[in-house]
Every structure is written in C-alpha cells, then in structure tokens.
Design a protein around this ligand. Structure first.
Ligand SMILES: *[C@@H]1O[C@H](CO)[C@@H](O)[C@H](O)[C@H]1NC(C)=O
Ligand SMILES: *[C@@H]1O[C@H](CO)[C@@H](O)[C@H](O)[C@H]1NC(C)=O
Ligand SMILES: *[C@@H]1O[C@H](CO)[C@@H](O)[C@H](O)[C@H]1NC(C)=O
Ligand SMILES: *[C@@H]1O[C@H](CO)[C@@H](O)[C@H](O)[C@H]1NC(C)=O
Ligand SMILES: *[C@@H]1O[C@H](CO)[C@@H](O)[C@H](O)[C@H]1NC(C)=O
Ligand SMILES: *[C@@H]1O[C@H](CO)[C@@H](O)[C@H](O)[C@H]1NC(C)=O
Ligand SMILES: *[C@@H]1O[C@H](CO)[C@@H](O)[C@H](O)[C@H]1NC(C)=O
Ligand SMILES: *[C@@H]1O[C@H](CO)[C@@H](O)[C@H](O)[C@H]1NC(C)=O
Ligand SMILES: *[C@@H]1O[C@H](CO)[C@@H](O)[C@H](O)[C@H]1NC(C)=O
Ligand SMILES: [Cu+2]
Length: 398
C-alpha cells in the first residue's frame, strides 16, 4: 500500500524523466500495472524511453561519424522479410563450410575439433567459458563476440544485412510454436526430433530437475539440417585435459524447445522486472545470469539457453547452434536498453573479476583490461566495447 502511494506521488516526476533529461531517474516497475508488465506493453514503453535517451544523449558520446541515423539496425527475426532471413542463414552456412582462418598449423593439434571458421568461434567460447560468465566482462565479451561473427557473415560470406535478434518473450508461452523454428527454408530450422521418456533432466549445477522439452533429438528440417557440430559437449565442469575440451566429436545439431524454461524465466514479466528492478550493474548482471538467488537459478540468459535445449544448453559449446547469436543479440539489446535508461551512470559501469564467481579469485577488472578473443579476432580493450556507438561499433536495436 505504502509503495502504491509513493508511486502515485512520484508519477508526475516519472513522466518528466521519460524525455531523457541528463541524470534523470530510470522508469521503475511501480510505474506500470502487472497486466502491462505481463503483456509486454511496459517493456515496449521502457525500450522506447531508452531509445529516446540514446538519441538525446548521442551528442555526448565519443562517436565521430556514427550517428543515430546511419547506425546499423539490428532487427527482431520475425520482422525480417523471408528473403532476408534466408540471406542470413545462407551466410551462416557459408561460415560453417569455410576453412578455419586464424588457427595456425602449429595450433591445429591442440584443436582437433576445429574444422571451420564457425568452429573457431565455438572453440574460443569453450576456451574462455570460465572467464566470460559471472564475470565483469560477461556483457561486453559477448557483445564483441557476436559483433565479430556478424562482421564475418558480411565480409567473408557476402551477407548485406545485420545480426537479427530473438525476442523470446514473444514466444515464452510456447517456444516450440515460434516462427523461428517452423523448420522451412526461411526459418532458423526446426525443433529437434521428439525423444520420449528421457530421464536425464537433473541439472547438478542448479540442483533443478526440469520436465523434458518438446524435442531432444536432431534438428530435422530447415537450413541447418545437414550441419555437423564438431565440438563439445563438455559436461565435465573444470576439465583439466587441455586437449579434451576441443576434441573432434561430429554429430547432429540438437534442439529441445522447452516451455518450462521460457514460462519460468523468459516471460515479459521476468524481462521487465530484470530490467527495472536492478539499478546496479552487479545486481543486473547477476539477475540476468541467475546467480545469487535461490528463486532465479537461470535468469533470462540461462533460461534462453535451456529453452532452446540440446546444443544450445551446453554451457561451453552453445555457440554451435546459430540460435546462440540471436539469443545473445537479445541479451545485448537488453544490456543496451539498461545502459541507455541511465546512460551517465551505466555506460561504463562494470563490476567483478575475470573468473566465474571469482573462483579461483582474480583481480577486479578495469576498463583498461584486454578481453581475449582467441581464434576469433585480436583482443579488444574492455572500455572500447561498452558503447554500441563507440569503439568498433555503430549499431542500435530496433
Ligand atoms: C496490455 O495490458 C494493458 C493493461 O491491461 C492493456 O491496456 C493493453 O491494451 C494490453 N496490450 C496488449 C497488446 O495486449
Ligand atoms: C511511456 O508511457 C508513459 C505513460 O503511459 C507515457 O507518458 C510516455 O509517453 C511513454 N513513453 C514513450 C517513449 O512511449
Ligand atoms: C569518452 O572518452 C573519455 C576519454 O577516453 C572517457 O573518459 C569517457 O568516459 C568516454 N565517454 C563515454 C560516454 O564513453
Ligand atoms: C566512420 O569513418 C571511418 C573512416 O572514414 C570509416 O571507416 C567507417 O566505416 C565510418 N563509420 C560509419 C558508421 O560510417
Ligand atoms: C515411454 O514410457 C511409457 C510408460 O512407461 C511406455 O508406455 C512407452 O512405451 C515408452 N516409450 C518409449 C518410446 O520408450
Ligand atoms: C536439491 O534440491 C532438493 C529438492 O528441492 C533438496 O531436497 C536438496 O536439499 C537440494 N540440495 C542441495 C545441495 O541444495
Ligand atoms: C542436405 O543434404 C541433402 C543431401 O545432400 C540435400 O539434398 C539437401 O538439399 C540438403 N539440405 C540443405 C538445407 O542444405
Ligand atoms: C517469471 O515470470 C513468471 C510469470 O510470467 C513467474 O511465474 C515466475 O515466477 C517468474 N520467474 C522468476 C525467476 O522470477
Ligand atoms: C585459449 O586461451 C589461451 C590462453 O589465453 C590462448 O593462448 C589460446 O589462443 C586460446 N585459444 C582459443 C581457441 O581461444
Ligand atoms: Cu557465453
């Protein structure tokens, strides 16, 4: 009752804040009704406010020739015309068929599973799994990672569009019915073949037993039906053998679209509260990833991986499924919105060390640290990848 009254008293101030005045307070959950939060109306309002702030504040950014109007636009998958979707998946297939680029002959024996340029991304994610999740650089590392991949599609594979993202909150009720997975030539490919009576659904790390999803087997139709996944999975946490994480293990791409995860972790309610109820980067990044809370063991990030299931749910080799990049497009979009809601405080806000859960303990990261990109690209300075209008970037989400 008390907070309800406060919300009413603050309402005129909130409306004023929404024009993007410098240092203005970001919107809060109390500004919206539970119904508006649940059906996505609140989140669209929040993303429009962030977009207005972004436009308003661009004049203060360190960008030179990157403007609101010439910035590349990343779109939600279902808003792309069918032909554009196919251009995208054709380019992905091109990367999957392309020989490794940066791996030298000397390095090759260490990475027996790396057979393609695409695999260089998977191997690099495997290599740094414990240094890019539940760390200070989680958002920034994945932002740069998907950017390099988008660049490769464009420069190596003739793709003239940009990375699409997957707004899974639109599909949270039944991800198996998502237009992304209808399985025709214009989709991201089908669900996996249904596998009955599975009992392998206890997740030790989270101590959670989940109901099996709607697939479980090989993707049966669509653009990636002939794709051979070469690396992973790595079920052993903290594998010690340097060669085993990169072993050659050819198999089909699997999926297991699972409404239990999406309904519990990826609804508009989950997304909107994650966005509005965490004003510090430490809380925001922990909530997104499902760390530090008994009642939220996956977060929207983990929920997205497990809603995809199969190849997407392996912590280490999840980039094997191209859907990884659309999911991380959405995660990057969410971070970008969060940053823009309070750009002066959040643009360069980081918190944490470079080891998962600070285990083993490592130094607090700074924006001058270099982020490693292994076989993907040259390392980048942390501070250069905080702004989607600065450093190597010039893009926004629409
Ligand atoms: C969402 O819910 C609000 C509040 O009930 C309602 O006014 C609005 O029309 C709904 N929007 C959609 C798209 O369903
Ligand atoms: C967000 O919602 C508020 C309250 O309905 C409205 O005043 C404001 O114009 C909306 N902001 C945008 C950017 O749509
Ligand atoms: C712009 O660059 C300066 C100098 O490198 C830095 O101090 C400042 O934080 C940057 N501003 C933004 C918005 O990134
Ligand atoms: C900005 O200018 C540089 C140098 O001329 C050019 O390489 C880059 O593509 C430009 N960026 C945009 C977004 O136009
Ligand atoms: C699954 O289990 C049910 C009940 O135990 C059984 O009737 C059914 O034949 C099993 N299906 C398969 C494919 O093993
Ligand atoms: C795991 O979950 C079960 C069932 O919820 C509970 O009884 C058990 O104590 C939990 N174990 C740990 C180590 O938290
Ligand atoms: C998959 O391979 C089969 C057999 O070579 C081929 O007929 C089919 O067109 C391929 N499908 C795709 C989507 O590439
Ligand atoms: C996510 O939202 C749903 C309702 O949409 C709710 O039942 C569930 O408890 C939420 N999950 C978390 C982790 O807050
Ligand atoms: C793995 O990490 C080591 C140490 O940072 C680095 O030398 C190597 O190039 C990395 N390999 C990949 C595939 O990222
Ligand atoms: Cu990751």
């Amino acid at each position: 009752m008390y907070s309800f009254i406060v919300a009413i008293l603050l309402a005129p101030i909130m409306v004023k804040a929404q024009v993007g005045v410098s240092g203005a307070q970001a919107p809060q959950s109390a500004d919206y009704s539970p119904a508006e939060i649940a059906n996505g109306t609140a989140f669209s309002n929040v993303s429009l406010i962030a977009n207005e702030n972004m436009q308003y504040n661009l004049v203060h950014r360190n960008s030179t020739n990157c403007t609101y109007y010439n910035a590349h636009r990343r779109r939600e998958w279902r808003t792309l015309p069918p032909a554009a979707r196919k251009c995208f998946t054709d380019a992905v297939t091109c990367l999957i068929s392309m020989a490794p680029m940066r791996m030298t002959a000397d390095e090759a024996p260490y990475y027996p599973g790396v057979r393609s340029r695409y695999d260089e991304y998977v191997a690099t994610h495997i290599n740094y799994t414990f240094n890019i999740h539940d760390t200070a650089n989680f958002f920034a590392w994945h932002r740069a990672f998907i950017h390099f991949w988008e660049q490769d599609l464009r420069t190596l594979c003739g793709y003239d569009g940009f990375l699409p993202y997957w707004d899974w909150s639109l599909d949270a009720a039944a991800p198996q019915n998502s237009p992304l997975f209808v399985g025709d030539a214009y989709s991201m490919g089908s669900n996996g073949v249904f596998v009955a009576n599975r009992s392998d659904t206890w997740l030790a790390a989270q101590n959670v037993t989940y109901p099996p999803g709607t697939g479980g087997g090989c993707v049966r139709s669509g653009p990636f039906v002939n794709y051979t996944v070469n690396l992973g999975p790595l079920d052993l946490p903290h594998a010690v053998n340097v060669q085993s994480p990169f072993r050659y293990n050819p198999r089909c791409l699997t999926r297991d679209l699972n409404p239990w995860f999406s309904q519990n972790y990826n609804t508009f309610t989950n997304l909107t509260h994650t966005m509005l109820d965490n004003i510090y980067i430490s809380d925001f990044q922990a909530t997104v990833q499902g760390y530090g809370s008994e009642s939220n063991r996956f977060g929207i990030h983990g929920g997205g991986h497990w809603m995809g299931g199969g190849s997407m749910s392996d912590f280490h080799s999840s980039p094997s499924d191209p859907v990884f990049f659309l999911h991380h497009g959405q995660i990057d979009r969410i971070w970008t919105i969060w940053q823009n809601l309070d750009i002066y405080r959040r643009q360069n806000a980081i918190y944490g060390t470079s080891t998962l859960g600070n285990e083993p303990p490592s130094a607090e990261m700074t924006l001058d640290d270099m982020l490693p990109f292994g076989l993907v690209a040259d390392d980048v300075r942390f501070g250069d990848v905080m702004d989607t209008f600065g450093g190597p970037f010039c893009y926004r989400y629409v």
